[in-house]
Write a protein that binds this ligand. Structure first.
Ligand code: MSP
Length: 535
């Protein structure tokens, strides 16, 4: 039986056109999902939109349309963006879909029956933007939201509450029995010290002050709190309590399935305190990991529309191609830490890693195989020297680290290991001096071995990089003359399949950029985006 893997992004608020910050998380999850599929895992990748709540209702009113029309319009921009970035999600959940709404109502009814929620009334400081209540101490004298610093409003309303106390011990058990449940680890201490130790209050899980939400069947005027509604997407998207629940059985209920939620730091509390409790109330297993990624920052702070420092993905992809943009995200922002986008680092990454290192290795290798062997990749000969053996060893170690890093969600490191192999192969060319070997007929075997080693390392590198380089890896395979049926992980890691294939030189994979010109271009699109959204 194949190993199974389920990965999710947060479902985004369709309140405005998505920017590179939103695209970051979706792209990283895509790279992870593609990496698992490559290695033979049966994988389900879910993303979507969180379409209810007061903020959406207010935005729609301001735009003079119904909330449904408003979210329908923005949903198109998200779906187009995922196409632009070649995102391989298996489903796209929207919380206004009947499959979701009906199931969330059943979930709520179950919680009422199970005495996990009760009706009472709530008063507190409410932040419309974060859809969250805060206490007097949390909002301070200025009465601003501790999360987004916007002004909060005092509110009182009847509300259902979830009995957090009932599941607190179980939550601590989950933390203790699975040290990787919250990663990076520092995030766990934050949750325990900031929210659990001071005393966890019951969570209000219904609202009556606005209507744009899933109606509660048990009480008039109540809609389900947007976070209970939103978090449930991770199971409703798989068919939980629906007619066809085969994906749910396979990707949630099977204890062998690894389940990973990837989220931004701003929503850790909801995913690592309340979501596990909701799952306990439903009698369901827990995810294996909640991985908290960092923020994509600009020189002047977090990328956000209100700061006027956003980059739209279309402006980058149309000029540099999808692979370069995906590569920048994976390699320049350490997965799990905040990272900065600067025009300089973007251009340098493309030039140094993709044009000079990977692209150049392919170019040089194909030219030499054409020049010395009439374009045919020579068979590996038995005659290996130390340089060949070292490169082979490095390739084997790279495969090992790639797998370990990927399994541990160390995306930046996994692809760093591949790029180190590419650098090692470039150095191997310098050290082996094939141009000198070619002058001596008695060294023909060594020359053949050198070309064969380079071709196999390129095949391996292009294969391991494919989850990022979704279009260019195939161009590399074309140039190496690798037939479609051979483009598999198993063939690449075997490191001995290419003898006799015919290479064919093509265009450089990543033409070197003129740094000054491109930095100017990027500075300009940060202040005034060029590509308009499709809707
Ligand atoms: N709708 C909730 C999540 C519900 S999940 C059950 C929400 N949506 S959001 O639109 O605000 O998006 C949240 C996610 O978008 C963050 O957790 C993060 O993953 C991503 N990002 C938004 N801006 C970002 C950056 N500037 N940088 C990196 N990621 C960013 O909260």
């Amino acid at each position: 039986m194949s190993k199974k893997f389920y990965i999710t992004t947060p479902i985004y608020y369709p309140s405005a056109r998505p920017h590179l910050g939103h695209a970051y998380c979706t792209t990283m999850c895509d790279i992870i999902a593609r990496g698992k599929r490559l290695r033979g895992y049966e994988t389900f990748y879910l993303t979507g939109l969180d379409e209810h709540g007061e903020k959406i209702q207010k935005n729609a009113e301001a735009a003079g349309v119904t909330p449904q029309e408003f979210v329908d319009r923005i949903a198109v921009t998200f779906q187009n963006l995922w196409k632009t970035l070649d995102i391989s999600n298996d489903d796209f959940i929207r919380t206004t879909q009947p499959r979701h709404e009906k199931t969330v109502q059943k979930i709520f009814s179950h919680m009422v029956k199970n005495d996990d929620v009760y009706l009472s009334s709530y008063s507190g400081w409410y932040c419309v933007h974060e859809e969250s209540y805060w206490t007097e101490t949390q909002v301070g004298e200025e009465h601003v939201c501790p999360e987004c610093c916007r002004p909060v409003e005092k509110k009182e309303e009847p509300a259902y509450f979830f009995r957090c106390g009932k599941y607190l011990d179980r939550l601590l058990d989950i933390y203790n029995s699975n040290p990787k449940f919250i990663t990076p680890e520092g995030r766990k201490a934050e949750m325990v010290n900031n929210f659990i130790k001071p005393g966890l209050m019951d969570l209000s899980v219904s609202r009556t002050t606005f209507s744009w939400g899933v109606p509660i069947l048990e009480a008039d005027k109540h809609v389900i709190y947007v976070w209970l509604d939103a978090l449930s997407n991770y199971i409703t998207g798989l068919g939980f309590w629906q007619e066809d629940d085969s994906n749910f059985q396979k990707f949630w209920m099977d204890p062998e399935t690894e389940i990973v939620h990837v989220i931004g730091a701003d929503i850790t509390r909801f995913h690592t305190i309340y979501w596990p409790m909701f799952l306990e109330s439903l009698g369901l297993r827990q995810p294996n990991r909640v991985f908290v990624h960092g923020l994509l920052m600009m020189k002047d702070g977090k990328m956000s529309k209100s700061r006027g420092n956003v980059i739209y993905v279309e402006d980058l992809v149309n000029r540099y191609g999808v692979d370069a943009v995906r590569y920048f995200m994976a390699r320049n922002i350490i997965f799990g830490l905040d990272g900065e986008f600067t025009p300089e680092s973007f251009v340098e990454t493309i030039n140094v890693d993709l044009a000079n290192n990977f692209g150049n290795l392919l170019n040089r290798t194909i030219s030499m195989i054409e020049k010395y062997f009439g374009g045919e990749i020579p068979q590996i000969s038995g005659n290996l020297n130390d340089l060949d053996k070292n490169l082979h060893e490095t390739a084997l170690k790279t495969i090992q680290s790639y797998e370990v890093y990927n399994d541990d969600l160390k995306v930046t490191e996994a692809y760093g290991a591949v790029m180190n192999l590419v650098s090692a192969a470039n150095k191997y060319i310098q050290d082996s001096e094939p141009w000198t070997l070619a002058k001596d007929e008695t060294k023909k075997d060594l020359l053949a071995s050198c070309m064969s080693h380079l071709a196999h390392v390129l095949f391996l590198a292009a294969t391991l990089l494919k989850p990022i380089l979704v279009t260019k890896s195939d161009l590399a395979f074309d140039q190496l003359g690798i037939p479609k049926e051979l483009r598999t992980y198993e063939a690449a890691v075997a490191l001995n399949k290419l003898g006799g294939l015919k290479v064919a030189k093509g265009e450089p994979l990543f033409p070197r950029l003129n740094a000054n010109e491109e930095i100017e271009y990027l500075k300009e699109v940060i202040s005034s985006p060029k590509e308009k959204a499709a809707a």
